[in-house]
Design a protein around this ligand. Structure first.
Ligand SMILES: [Mn+2]
Length: 331
């Protein structure tokens, strides 16, 4: 599984133009990954550039101390040039070029070597020069920890360790999702030994609620519908909610957890209405496989956490269609 560590390291040694990127609407693992890996490369004397499609969510900006993450559209000409002239492009925390949205075609067209480091299902290795993937791990940051440690422990500085810790903390839902193994705690214990502060990092990421956030939560809770003898719960956040409260999709973080915390709930589905599509998040407990249903709507993911983006359908029609499919799963 890790046969490419050496090849990737050799590639890094030989290259000076290195780009890192991650998926649209980046979460803690996405931002933790690009920051930790960029810091690591800098410690190795490289000058990596991070370019993302999306802006960094406000509660993760503390990780980007030098405000070094570029948003592709902010300076499209220069960023296109950087991508086309790159020698290596690292795709972190996603294995699909399409998840880089506006950057996709420029990355595909670049003659750079493409390296994917990720923990999602559905990898097509032929699309990359090298891949390091492990779908058993809850976070890409856990893979990066191994990669960096395998190179030299001295690269696990406080900054690198903190970014990796945030990735693991957020992608495990603060150490309570499946795949939170004893290994995960061992890795985190080491990251804490390297200077990551679990109390401070938790507060930075999660203790950031505002009155508007709370109002959005209230509307979301008001929207909850229960189906199939209260085994499934469905929640919605609409464009109207976002517009009236001046918020966006980054503020729905944690809403699926609210649904899955309800006693006896087996499946939770969150619909988030965006400007030109509807994002569906599927969550489940135990053996109920959400990848299958997500695929029916053109998406993918993990067994207990999957998602899809659907276009050209109203929220109520989409809800009906999802409910019909769900009835099969809960029979
Ligand atoms: Mn991840």
């Amino acid at each position: 599984m890790y046969t490419h560590f050496k090849e990737i390291n050799d590639l890094i040694e030989q290259s000076s133009k290195i780009i890192l990127t991650t998926h649209i609407v980046p979460d803690g693992d996405a931002i933790g990954s690009v920051i930790a890996f960029a810091d690591y490369l800098k410690l190795k004397g490289k000058s990596p550039v991070i370019i993302n499609h999306s802006e960094t969510p406000f509660n993760l900006k503390f990780l980007d101390k030098k405000n070094s993450i570029r948003v592709f559209r902010d300076n499209e000409n220069e960023n296109r040039k950087l991508i086309s002239e790159a020698e290596i492009i690292f795709l972190l925390d996603t294995n699909e070029y399409s998840r880089t949205k506006s950057m996709e075609e420029f990355i595909r067209n670049s003659s750079a070597k493409k390296v994917c480091i990720d923990h999602h299902l559905g990898l097509r290795p032929e699309e990359f020069t090298f891949t390091v993937t492990n779908t058993i791990y809850p976070a890409t940051c856990q893979i990066l920890y191994e990669f960096i440690k395998d190179d030299d422990e001295k690269f696990l500085t406080r900054e690198v360790a903190s970014a990796l810790y945030v990735g693991i903390m957020t992608d495990t839902g603060s150490f309570r999702h499946t795949r939170t193994t004893s290994d995960v705690f061992m890795v985190c214990a080491e990251l804490i030994n390297c200077g990551a502060d679990p109390v401070q990092l938790y507060d930075e990421v999660y203790a950031t609620s505002t009155i508007e956030n709370l109002k959005l939560s209230a509307r979301f809770i008001e929207s909850l519908e229960f189906h199939f003898g209260n085994k499934a719960v469905i929640g919605c956040v609409t464009q109207k909610d976002f517009n009236e409260l001046g918020l966006d999709i980054q503020h729905v973080e944690g809403f699926t957890a609210i649904m899955m915390n309800i006693l006896d709930i087996k499946i939770g589905v969150l619909f988030v209405e965006l400007k030109d599509n509807i994002k569906i998040s599927f969550r489940s407990k135990g053996d109920l496989d959400m990848v299958k249903i997500a695929k029916e709507f053109g998406g993918g993911g993990h067994k207990n956490a999957a998602g899809a983006n659907v276009k050209d359908i109203s929220l109520s029609n989409l809800k009906d269609s999802v409910l019909k499919k769900l009835s099969k799963y809960l029979e």
